[in-house]
Design a protein around this ligand. Structure first.
Ligand code: NAP
Length: 483
């Protein structure tokens, strides 16, 4: 599929069921070639308000549909996403850089969230509560919160949208999506399919433009009742601060710095295989990817030797659309510089380079998959999110030491550990400061599980039966005179 020929490739924003253009545009660059992919409108305050008003007008009619009616439209959307997997994956790979096979897996996950919440729409149960006074009854209702804004990042340009939009729409909310300016075409492709699926005008809108301008309008509007954000901790703080005047409900899915701990009783082959997936998926540009490998001293050499061997033999860097490549580019030049600086800092402070270590010359933001041995807590990589293909290996002696290093981070998103000791599984899980724990696995995302973090990794959960609660308010009825 040639992406420009796809009916899903739109260079316009989507507001109130209409496609909108603007003389001001933003350019989207292919990170593999540094060539122009296309342009999208750089909308301003007026168009953002237009989207908010459209979503506000659409809210009551959408809320007043039955859950089953909303579910049917969500299921239509799900089917279309599945039918257009290849188009969506090619567009995503072109603007984001990830290998096509990974992009296809992301489409599957994006669709799974829509399917899951199409089903959950029908299960928004209220409650009855035994009353402490005679002649009265308490009933709890759940109601959609209203117009929701979803601000999403470039690293998972589709699934971060449906994790928010699908539960919001299922609950009866209307949605304005502000995708990353690096990857707007994936979001607009989803809007094409939403339009086809039968969402009434204004129920879902996708706006593009300069983030600060659009963000200010969304956070300051009293018609927007909820902001759901996935992105950096720094921007999450700005949005929370800017939302305080209008006291919005807020969910923040922010950065991470996952420890990946390998104990001496682990299945080492399994740990190495899972380490590869956890670290190098999306070239290390995932919020839950392993950022610190903590390996027990007695197995450090065995684990590191096997891991380095796999990094050298299995990872092939190149454009995401070249079928034999499994490591795409980083998103831009700044990302390459950040990775380079972290490596230089680590080497200057005594780490040893065991694989990779350099940017790849020529067009595109490519970086060699890198392994660093003997990393320590004084190094920047021990605290800063890397968001690139660098695996630093730290040594530890005891479980307490591993736990202390693991928790020594501002972030608290995911953590992984490998062991066969059941008691240790519980001890570690209960003492790790994070929202998600992978035990003997390096992958933990699923539409059926509550995804989210603690500490500077944010608040709120996405996916699972808990994900829809973020878009609902409780209203309680106290019914008297029942004697
Ligand atoms: P980012 O720079 O924070 O941007 C995220 C989104 O916020 C983009 O749409 C961006 O728009 C927008 N934005 C930036 N400044 C804004 C402002 N002042 N007001 C309103 N919106 C603003 O993050 P990113 O580089 O795209 O994504 C990488 C980060 O996301 C990493 O830290 C990663 O860990 C985190 N992440 C977390 C999760 C999770 O579930 N916890 C999942 C994925 C990613 P522009 O692109 O137009 O600037």
């Amino acid at each position: 599929m040639i992406f420009e020929k796809s009916a899903l490739f739109k260079q316009e924003s989507y507001i109130d069921g209409e496609w909108i253009s603007s003389p001001d545009t933003l350019e989207v660059i292919d990170p593999s070639s540094q060539q122009l992919v296309g342009t999208v409108p750089s909308l301003g305050e007026q168009e953002t308000l237009q989207a908010i008003h459209a979503a506000h007008r659409a809210f009551l009619p959408w809320k007043n549909l039955t859950a089953k009616e909303r579910s049917v439209i969500l299921k239509n959307w799900h089917k279309l996403i599945v039918d257009y997997t290849n188009d969506l994956a090619v567009i995503m790979s072109k603007e984001q850089g990830k290998p096509l096979a990974e992009a296809e897996r992301e489409v599957v996950s994006c669709a799974a969230y829509v399917e899951w919440f199409a089903e959950e729409a029908k299960r928004v149960y209220g409650d009855t509560i035994p009353m402490s006074q005679k002649g009265k009854r308490i009933v709890v209702l759940k109601e959609p919160i209203g117009v929701c804004a979803a601000i999403t990042p470039w690293n998972f340009p589709l699934s971060t949208i449906t994790r928010k939009a699908a539960p919001a729409l299922a609950a009866g909310c209307t949605v304005i999506v502000k995708p990353s300016s690096y990857t707007p075409f994936s979001a607009l492709a989803l809007a094409v399919l939403a339009d086809k699926a039968g969402f009434p005008p204004g129920v879902i809108n996708v706006i593009t433009g300069k983030a600060e301008i659009l963000g200010k309008v969304l956070t300051s509007s009293r018609l927007v009742k909820k902001i759901s954000f996935t992105g950096s901790t720094e921007v999450g703080r700005v949005l929370m601060r800017d939302s305080s005047d209008s006291l919005k409900k807020i969910s923040l899915e922010l950065g991470g710095h996952a420890p990946f701990i390998v104990f001496e009783d682990a299945d080492i082959e399994l740990a190495v295989t899972e380490a590869m997936i956890s670290k190098f998926r999306n070239s290390g540009q995932t919020c839950v990817c392993a950022n610190r490998f903590l390996v027990q001293e007695s197995i450090f050499d065995e684990f590191s030797m096997k891991f380095i061997e796999m990094v050298r033999s299995q990872l092939v860097v190149g454009s995401g659309l070249q079928m034999d490549r499994n490591q795409g580019p980083l998103i831009d030049g700044k990302a390459v510089e950040k990775v380079e600086n972290q490596i230089q800092d680590a080497l200057a402070k005594g780490a040893r380079l065991a694989a990779g270590g350099k940017r790849i010359a020529g067009k595109g933001f490519f970086f060699e998959p890198t392994v660093i041995l003997d990393a320590t807590s004084e190094m920047r990589i021990a605290q800063e999110e890397t968001f690139g293909p660098v695996a630093p290996l730290f040594r530890f002696k005891t479980e307490d030491e591993a736990l202390q290093i693991a928790n020594d981070s501002q972030y608290g998103l995911a953590a992984y550990f490998f062991t066969k000791d059941l008691a240790r599984v519980w001890r570690m899980t209960e003492r790790l400061e994070c929202g998600m724990v992978g035990i003997n696995t390096g992958i933990l995302s699923s539409e059926a599980a509550p995804f989210g973090g603690t500490k500077d990794s944010g608040m709120g959960r996405e996916g699972s039966k808990y994900g829809i609660e973020e878009y609902l308010e409780l209203k309680y009825m106290c019914i008297g005179g029942l004697t």
